[in-house]
Design a protein around this ligand. Structure first.
Ligand code: NAD
Ligand code: UFG
Length: 339
C-alpha cells in the first residue's frame, strides 16, 4: 500500500521506511530536514534498492502538505514529524506546541479532506508520568506529564482519539514508545546527535569514541537494583518492525488504540554502561551526579497488548542494541574522515 511517512528522514522514521519498503509497501517521505540529513535518502536506497519519493516540506506549511496529498493516494500515514528534546521544550514551549500540535492538526485536517483513514502516531511512555506502578499498562490511561514535549504527546493522543470517535472511518494507533536505541546493523542508519546528547546511549556512544571523557550518571539513590534509573530499551529495528505491524493493523480496524512498544524488561544506567563496554571492548569512565529533575526511578512496558493486537515481540536484546550503536558510531567517524 501507499504510505506517507512524516519525519521519515529522522532516526526512527528512516528505519521504519526501510522495513516498509522491504515488505513491499510504497513509501512517500515528508520531512523538513530540521533534524535530518538528505544523505539518508541515499542510504535508504542503498539498503532497499528503492529511492522513495521525498517532499522537503514542513507540516506547518499547509500548501506544501496539501500538494503531497493531491499528488498521491495515501492509504495510511505514519506520523513521526515533531520536535523531541524534553529540556528544550521547557525553554521554548510555544515552539513545541506549534510544531507538534498545530503541525499535527494540519496533517489530520488533510487526512479528513483527502479521506485518508488510517494513521499511526509516535507517542511516548512519557505520557504515563510518575503516576503508575510498573509495568505500565495501556489501560492506566494518561498520567501527569512533566514537560511541554510530553504534553504534546498526550494532546495528540486525545486529538486523534476524538477524531476517530467523531468519524467512524478513521483508524488510529497511538504507539507509546519506551526507550529506542541502537542503529541499523549495516551502520548506514542511526542516531548521532549534534553537540552534547541528552539521552543515555547517544552520550555513552560518544564516551566510547573518545568524543566525551565520561558519563555523568544522574542519581544512584533510586529504589532500583543498583540505585540508578531503570528504563525499557528497545532496538530501533524492532521498533521499526512494530510500525509495520501497526500500520497493517490500522488498515484492518476502526477506532483508536493505544499500544505500548517496549521489550517489557528494565535495565539500569550502569547495566547499560556495562553492556556498552562489552560491545566496544573498552572500560568507560563514569561519575555519579545528582538526580536529573523530572526523571522517574523505573519505567518499563507491559507488552501484552502489542503481542495480542499486533503479534509483536522484540527480537533483539541489549547486547545487539549496544553493538549496533557502536558500529554506527565507528562507521560515521570513518565517513567524516573520508569527506
Ligand atoms: P528525529 O528528530 O530523528 O525525527 C523526527 C523527524 O521529523 C526529523 O527528521 C525532523 O527533521 C522531522 N521534523 C520535525 N519537525 C518537522 C516539521 N515541522 N515538518 C516536517 N518534518 C519535521 O526523532 P526520532 O527519534 O526519530 O523520533 C520520531 C518521533 O518519535 C518523534 O515524534 C518523537 O517525539 C517520537 N518519540 C521518540 C522517542 C525517542 O526516544 N527517540 C521516544 C518516544 C517518542
Ligand atoms: N541518564 C544518565 N546520564 C545521562 C543521560 C541519561 O544517567 O547523561 C539516565 C537518566 O537519568 C535515566 C536514563 O539514563 O535514568 C535514561 O535517560 P534518557 O534521557 O536516555 O531517557 P528518558 O527515559 O529520560 O527519556 C526518553 C526520551 C523521551 C521519552 C522517554 C519515554 O528522551 O523523549 O524516553 O519514551 F519521552
Amino acid at each position: 500500500m501507499q504510505i506517507l511517512v512524516t519525519g521519515g528522514m529522522g532516526y526512527i522514521g528512516s528505519h521504519t521506511v526501510v522495513e516498509l519498503i522491504q515488505s513491499g509497501h510504497e513509501v512517500i517521505i515528508l520531512d523538513n530536514l530540521y533534524n535530518a540529513n538528505i544523505d539518508v535518502l541515499d542510504r535508504i536506497e542503498k539498503l532497499t534498492g528503492v529511492r522513495p519519493k521525498f517532499y522537503e516540506v514542513d507540516i506547518l506549511d499547509r500548501e506544501g502538505l496539501e500538494r503531497a496529498f493531491k499528488e498521491n493516494h495515501f492509504e495510511a500515514i505514519i506520523h513521526f514529524a515533531g520536535y523531541k528534546a524534553v529540556g528544550e521544550s521547557v525553554r521554548i514551549p510555544l515552539t513545541y506546541y506549534k510544531n507538534n500540535i498545530s503541525g499535527s492538526i494540519n496533517l489530520y485536517e488533510m487526512m479528513d479532506k483527502y479521506h485518508v483513514d488510517n494513521i499511526v502516531f509516535s507517542s511516548s511512555a512519557t505520557v504515563y508520568g510518575d503516576n503508575f506502578e510498573v509495568p505500565f499498562k495501556e489501560e492506566y490511561g494518561q498520567g501527569d506529564t512533566t514537560n511541554p514535549y510530553g504534553t504534546t504527546k498526550k494532546f495528540n493522543e486525545i486529538i486523534l482519539s476524538d477524531f476517530a470517535l467523531a468519524n467512524k472511518d478513521i483508524s488510529v494507533v497511538n504507539l507509546r514508545y519506551f526507550n529506542p536505541i541502537g542503529a541499523h546493523p549495516s551502520g548506514l542508519l542511526g542516531e548521532d546527535p549534534k553537540g552534547i546528547p541528552n539521552n543515555l546511549v547517544p552520550y555513552i556512544a560518544k564516551v566510547a569514541t573518545g568524543e566525551l571523557d565520561h558519563l555523568n550518571v544522574f542519581g544512584d539513590d533510586y529504589d532500583t537494583i543498583d540505585g540508578t534509573g531503570v528504563r525499557d530499551y528497545i532496538h530501533v529495528v524492532d521498533l521499526a518492525k512494530a510500525h509495520l505491524k501497526a500500520v497493517e493493523y490500522a488498515c484492518k480496524h476502526k477506532g483508536a488504540e493505544v499500544i505500548n512498544v517496549g521489550s517489557g524488561k528494565g535495565y539500569s544506567v550502569l547495566e547499560v554502561l556495562h553492556a556498552y563496554e562489552k560491545a566496544c571492548g573498552k572500560t568507560l569512565k563514569y561519575e555519579i551526579h545528582d538526580r536529573r529533575p523530572g526523571d522517574i526511578a523505573t519505567s518499563y512496558a507491559d507488552t501484552q497488548k502489542a503481542k495480542e493486537l499486533l503479534g509483536f515481540e522484540v527480537e533483539l536484546g541489549i547486547d545487539e542494541m549496544c553493538r549496533d550503536s557502536y558500529n554506527y558510531m565507528i562507521h560515521n567517524l570513518e565517513d567524516q574522515k573520508n569527506r
